[in-house]
Design a binder for this molecule. Sequence first.
Ligand SMILES: C[S@@+](CC[C@H](N)C(=O)[O-])C[C@H]1O[C@@H](n2cnc3c(N)ncnc32)[C@H](O)[C@@H]1O
Length: 383
Amino acid sequence: MEVDVDDESLEMPELDAQQLDFPPPGRRNPRKQSGKKSLSKSKMKKLLKQELEKERKSNVFHSFSAFYEEQYGSARWSSLMACLLSKPRVACLVNKYCNESSVPPSTNSTRVPFLKLPVYESSALFPHPERDTHNVFDYYLMDAASVLVTEALDLEVGDKVLDLCAAPGGKTLGILQQLDLLQGALVANEPSPTRSKRLSKVISEYVPANLRTSIRVTRRNGIKWMEHDLYDKVLVDAPCSSERHLLHDPKELGTWTPRRTENCAKRQLALLFAALRAAKLYGRIVYSTCSLSQLENDSVISKALEKGKLDFEIIQKQWPVGERTEHGWIILPDVSQGWGPIYIAVLKKLSTKPELFEECVEDLEELQDTDGEPLLLLPGPES
Ligand SMILES: C[S@@+](CC[C@H](N)C(=O)[O-])C[C@H]1O[C@@H](n2cnc3c(N)ncnc32)[C@H](O)[C@@H]1O
């Protein structure tokens, strides 16, 4: 049985810095490396190629590290990196839609104290979730900091919610735990067809069919979300550099350049504009990422503020775990008992001028176009 987890990073193995296999930059001699006196020309060529590739990756890793060291300082970055290399911490979100809940699922589990929702942590591994008589799973494994993102939406009875970047669906489930689906409604959007499938699967495994009629899964490019002034709450859990994931994927890490975070920031700003446009007057927008890069966090909010035309205010709140930033809040694993990384900023929309939001989006160049997917309705009881 497949156990869905909130974000793919939770599926990572533990590593230590040596396993990264990135020695300090500097050319090595393949003849010396092999320990043999004479090598054939082709073998020599192959070894040299391998050495060059190793050296290239090593250089990339060192510039990646230097980039974050500049932002966090060397002491903080080294403790942060050690935490990012360790296995992510997992909590268990109890599913209120399950009618046979055996939760807490292990005798060792204790409630995560900083959350309102019933979320448990345990020193032991959680067993696989179980299905009830309606085929609905009893709990979902995710980072407790991700649950906090959904609590930041401050959901109320009857809220109409848009989850703009929703797959694989951990935060969608967090939202669904706080919504009354008889009165409220949720639109969960994910443009990638495979990830959208996974999102639909997660929802259908955790919400009974008769309640799914209030949920829509869409496959649109969030940047081009055209509805405006419609939603009480909008979550933008934006695609980001996801450095924890990168550190566990040497191939991906080998492609890192500072451009990566700059490009992410552009797309994030466009998604934030779309979310601001979609929200109702005085509606709440929660912007979140799992990035460590300031460019993708506070700077995105600063840029939206700089635009001037966009009328919103920042709601600054003291959260029980993590650290304040200029415009929001960041939960980093080295000082937040292993939870995170998660950045959260909470905004309130103060004017309704959709044409201004469009102008702002048009200002951004080269935005990736993933539009064109039709609406996908989740199977309800009638199908
Ligand atoms: C950080 S993940 C979301 C995680 C999800 N909220 C959860 O808790 O399980 C970001 C998602 O945004 C999607 N995405 C990428 N570009 C997008 C766009 N232009 N509009 C909307 N979503 C996009 C990615 O495919 C990815 O699934």
